[in-house]
Design a protein around this ligand. Structure first.
Ligand SMILES: *Cc1c(COP(=O)(O)O)cnc(C)c1O
Length: 240
């Protein structure tokens, strides 16, 4: 159980991150919303409950089992609002069923086989699963995500799947030391989303999930609609 100081420190960090987002949004003269996704991976349930009571609705998890446990522990409770859960980690095909059954969004689609399984395994009463294609925007050989030139083809295939709704793109770019260097891959993402919107005008492609603790300002400057924040919200993680 947390002591009161730990709880207050968490709420203070929440306030600070919200302020950073708001300042970056104003600096970019953005009139649309930027959603804060609280990345709670490896962090205890009390932290999720504390932020949920403070008004946070969207949470991101990287590990299926851990995420499902938190979803089940926070649903159907009259002391908490209804939460929205985003799966943001690498996906193995033997885990798609649990993801399709429990999560609301998936940010890390990087091949058609995974998308098809998620669509097939989505329960009828859950509505369409909201999905993003993960792009390997820095084109690093060992990283997950599809290469930029493959995105349109995958998007077309996903758009045919009945139980998925494609909403846009996600990336984790290579770390960069300066604001301008951070900004370059995010700008490519914005252009890539625009290409998709033009090629597939019937789809509701309104989402760019990009920006983490170290680079959320640069991402917001280039049009991020979801920033995924772990460390600066919950504190450093033990390596896992
Ligand atoms: C862990 C993680 C984050 C959060 O990163 P921080 O640097 O801790 O803010 C965001 N996105 C993904 C995909 C992650 O795995």
């Amino acid at each position: 159980m947390p002591n009161p100081e730990e709880k207050n420190a968490l709420l203070q960090r929440y306030h600070n991150v919200q302020q950073r987002i708001e300042q970056a949004r104003q600096k970019a003269a953005r009139k649309d919303e930027v959603m804060l996704l609280a990345v709670s991976k490896t962090k205890p349930l009390w932290m999720v409950e504390t932020l949920a009571k403070a008004g946070q609705k969207d949470f991101g998890e990287n590990y299926v089992q851990e995420g499902v446990e938190k979803i089940q522990a926070t649903e159907n409770r009259n002391d908490l609002p209804k939460l929205c859960w985003h799966f943001i980690g690498p996906i193995q095909s033997n885990k798609t069923k649990l993801i399709a059954q429990h999560f609301d969004w998936v940010h890390s689609i990087d091949r058609f086989k995974i998308a098809r399984r998620l669509s097939e395994q989505r329960p009828d009463d859950k509505g369409e699963l909201q999905v993003l294609i993960e792009v390997n925007i820095s084109q690093e050989p060992t990283k997950s995500g599809v290469m930029p030139q493959e995105v349109l083809n995958l998007a077309q295939q996903i758009s045919e799947l009945p139980h998925l709704q494609l909403r846009g793109l996600m990336c984790i770019p290579q770390k960069a030391p300066t604001f301008e260097a951070q900004r370059a891959p995010f700008q490519q993402m914005r252009k890539l989303l625009h290409t998709l919107q033009t090629a597939l005008p019937a789809l509701p492609l309104d989402t760019l999930s990009m920006g983490m603790s170290a680079d959320l300002e640069a991402a917001i400057a280039e049009g991020a609609t979801i920033v995924r924040i772990g460390t600066d919200l919950f504190g450093a993680r033990a390596s896992k």
